[in-house]
Ligand binder design. Structure first.
Ligand SMILES: C[S@@+](CC[C@H](N)C(=O)[O-])C[C@H]1O[C@@H](n2cnc3c(N)ncnc32)[C@H](O)[C@@H]1O
Length: 241
């Protein structure tokens, strides 16, 4: 695994964060050292795949990056479903296509799409994963996007949504941010790396409170909306139609 040193040297100007070749090359290390609980999220995505995926349905991993969730799903999916892994980053998609290409042909089919998730038609879906992706859509577009995805999910099907979250209470927000930065420091990031990454990502990743996510999912027609995981300022919710 290539070590993420992208923000280790002082930059004269910190540009907006992009999912480009440099990030794609170090992404497994970056996400493991930046998102507390990421391994648990992946493992439970695999478990939920086994619970919700039905034969002859579609499964979507929206904002799949290098396909960590896609592969967790595939391990547990019925063989006659079709998994659609979607990402708008050419760098991520090129690497994922290579990995999918060297996988054995056993198990469910995986189709990799280089596309904006807002343009993808979700149809006949038994399971949809949005693992740390919705946070990158402009907040004003999130309601209509989630409505549209929900309308493509079959009765009894589910969406698993993981996000970085904010807190309406300022003290709680400060505490969770401090604990998140402590987590990054404990995983080898310097104060400079933490500060420069924060500057780069703050215009790109807009977190919302867990309550805002829960209410949006209920409005979109999910009958059961269960937060199942939280570690500091990261949370995951299972929403069932
Ligand atoms: C934090 S990563 C997701 C991690 C991944 N789901 C996992 O479990 O390893 C966010 C991904 O969402 C993608 N993304 C952001 N906005 C997107 C959009 N509008 N359409 C498609 N992909 C998008 C980025 O290119 C990036 O690869």
């Amino acid at each position: 695994m290539t070590e993420d040193r992208i923000y280790s040297l002082p930059l004269s100007r910190v540009g907006d964060f992009e999912f480009d070749d440099d990030v794609a090359d170090v992404f497994p290390d970056m996400i493991r050292r930046s998102v507390p609980g990421y391994a648990s999220m992946l493992s439970m995505i695999g478990q939920c795949a086994e619970t919700y995926i039905l034969p002859e349905t579609n499964v979507y991993d929206l904002g799949c990056s290098l396909g960590a969730a896609t592969f967790a799903v595939r391990q547990n999916a019925v063989p006659d479903c079709r998994i659609h892994a979607v990402d708008s980053s050419a760098a991520m998609v090129a690497r994922l296509r290579r990995t999918v290409g060297v996988e054995t042909s056993e198990g469910a089919a995986v189709e990799v799409h280089e596309a904006d998730i807002r343009e993808v038609a979700v149809r006949n879906a038994s399971f949809v994963v949005l693992n740390l992706t919705l946070q990158f859509l402009p907040p004003q577009e999130r309601d209509s996007f989630v409505d549209r995805v929900s309308s493509g999910i079959l009765p009894g099907g589910a969406m698993l949504l993981s996000e970085k979250i904010s807190f309406s209470d300022a003290a709680e927000n400060r505490l969770m941010t401090t604990l998140h930065h402590d987590f990054k420091r404990a995983h080898g990031y310097s104060d400079l790396e933490i500060a420069q990454k924060r500057t780069a990502i703050e215009n790109r990743l807009v977190p919302e409170t867990l309550q805002v996510h829960i209410e949006r999912l209920r409005r979109a027609g999910f009958s059961t909306v269960c937060p199942w995981f939280q570690c500091f300022n990261f949370a995951s919710v299972l929403a069932v139609k």
